[in-house]
Design a protein around this ligand. Structure first.
Ligand code: SF4
Length: 475
């Protein structure tokens, strides 16, 4: 049987891994056997809790990945390009060609970009599920370039087995009920996909289709929780109502999902809670309303966010909020305002801190240039895809030190009382956070997770030693 090996670097709970699961299932449908060479990027930049570059170096070897691929002697090796992995693909493909030039390299390119130094045999440009199926149907004879989108309801069940050596699906089962997002935030990759494929890209599977996957997966893995990774799970009230009814009847395990303050109301919150939702995550990003609206292109008003978080509190539905650092034009008073806002919230589970990342063609590049955070040269490089690290970091950012302090403070805020948080903010003690080592903050986050019975964090910590062990035993 012909073999296809997928190569992937990064954490598991993201879109690309789900795409690989679908591609593997499609390939099996065409009679191929499939495998995976997986660099879990331990302590790497794709890890949103434990990013420790020095330790990451100890756990990564691009030559090893190429050797592992060569060892299984595949007919095809498949890479899916994303904003952060161009350099990695370039290095692996070069190393691989040097030790085994028989394996044919397939690059799947979901977003149009200029040519890079990646060595490949086939280039499939378009939505992965669609172009890969076309390629296999044609018996691997040609490059494909297609704007067509896959019908999500006719895809096979995702091949979870391909990651089962690394991920314990009985702890947590990840699924997506659709693709894309109705929003057009200036910094977001979903906006890039919408711009590439038009608004048709934003679509959803039927409730029945999603439930049938979950029924199958529950039987197979007996999972304890589900995470719906859709950008805005609550976007369609009618779809959600129908889905949740079946979910309560046929699945009935706790779940986590993502909402948006202007795409949720009290009825939805109640329905989510009654259906087993134990946590919902909202993007807040900044408490500066003008920046949120005019720079980030987010339409939610602060009052709207506040009101929906209060409703979650009233119905005892825990929530996480996403806060972003490194925004153009942000000032110290915006962080102080955010800290005051967060310290007054009830049922707040976690403040998840993110750094702004710059994607090619993202609208936010314009504001970053105007504010002086980055210069034209860097924008050029980002646009050409030459900066292929996950973070194209701002060159100069006036708020670096303040950002570092508030990032640490926000991570542990829900652990402290409202009075303590207020004292830290009013007295300016937030400045002292620059002296607190990151590892201590991680330790406090762990305590917070245990106190809150935070399922996601527990799973994360449970899986980390397994990740490290699998690196040591398998290289
Ligand atoms: S709402 Fe979220 S997922 Fe949608 S475009 Fe904005 S940031 Fe992206």
């Amino acid at each position: 049987m012909d073999k296809i090996t997928f190569a992937y670097k990064g954490r598991y709970f993201v879109r690309d891994t789900n795409t690989i699961e679908y591609l593997s299932a499609i390939a099996k449908g065409y009679g191929y056997s499939t495998g995976l060479v997986y660099d879990q990027d331990i302590f790497g930049v794709t890890d949103n809790v434990f990013y420790m570059p020095i330790i990451n170096k100890m756990f990564s070897s691009e030559n090893n990945v190429a050797k592992k691929i060569a060892k299984v002697k595949p007919e095809y090796v498949v890479f899916i390009e994303n904003f952060g992995n161009l350099k990695w693909i370039e290095n692996i493909s070069r190393n691989l060609k040097a030790i085994n030039d028989k394996a044919k390299i397939i690059i799947i390119r979901p977003l149009e970009r200029k040519e890079t130094a990646v060595k490949y045999d086939y280039l499939l440009t378009g939505e992965p599920e669609n172009v890969f199926a076309d390629f296999l149907r044609d018996k691997g004879l040609r490059n494909i370039d297609s704007e067509k989108l896959a019908d999500l309801n006719t895809l096979p069940l995702p091949d979870k087995d391909i990651f089962s050596q690394y991920i314990n699906f009985s702890d947590s089962y990840m699924t997506y009920t659709g693709k894309g997002c109705a929003g057009s935030c200036s910094y977001c990759e979903e906006t890039a996909y919408k711009n590439e494929y038009s608004s048709r890209y934003c679509r959803r599977r039927s409730p029945e289709n999603v439930i049938s996957e979950l029924v199958w997966a529950k039987k197979k893995f007996n999972f304890k929780e589900v995470i719906f990774k859709d950008s805005v799970f609550t976007i369609d009230a009618l779809w959600l109502k129908k889905f949740l009814k079946s979910y309560r009847e046929e699945i009935a395990v706790p779940f986590k999902c993502f909402g948006k303050a202007d795409a949720v109301d009290e009825n939805i919150i109640k329905d989510l809670k009654n259906s087993g939702c134990y946590c919902i995550e909202f993007g807040v990003q900044t408490l500066n309303e003008e920046i949120r609206k005019n720079v980030l292109f987010r339409k939610e008003k602060t009052e709207q966010i506040k009101s929906i978080l209060e409703i979650c509190g009233q119905h005892e539905l825990k929530y996480d909020v996403d806060h972003m650092f490194g925004l153009p034009y942000e000032k110290l008073e915006d962080h102080i305002k955010a800290a005051e806002f967060y310290s007054n919230l009830k049922s707040l589970n976690r403040i998840k801190c993110h750094n702004l990342t710059y994607y090619p063609k993202a609208e936010i590049l314009r504001f970053a240039a105007q504010s002086g955070d980055i210069d034209e040269k860097l924008i050029e490089k980002i646009s050409r895809g030459e900066i292929s690290d996950f973070f194209a970091k701002p060159q100069k950012q006036a708020m670096m030190k303040e950002n570092a302090c508030f990032r640490k403070l926000f991570k542990i805020m829900p652990l402290m009382t409202r009075e303590t948080n207020s004292f830290i903010i009013v007295k300016g003690f937030w400045k002292l956070f620059s002296y607190i080592p990151n590892i201590f903050i991680v330790f406090l986050q762990l305590i917070l997770a245990l106190r809150r019975n935070d399922l996601r964090f527990k799973i994360y910590f449970k899986q980390y030693p397994k990740k490290m062990l699998s690196f040591v035993t398998q290289g």
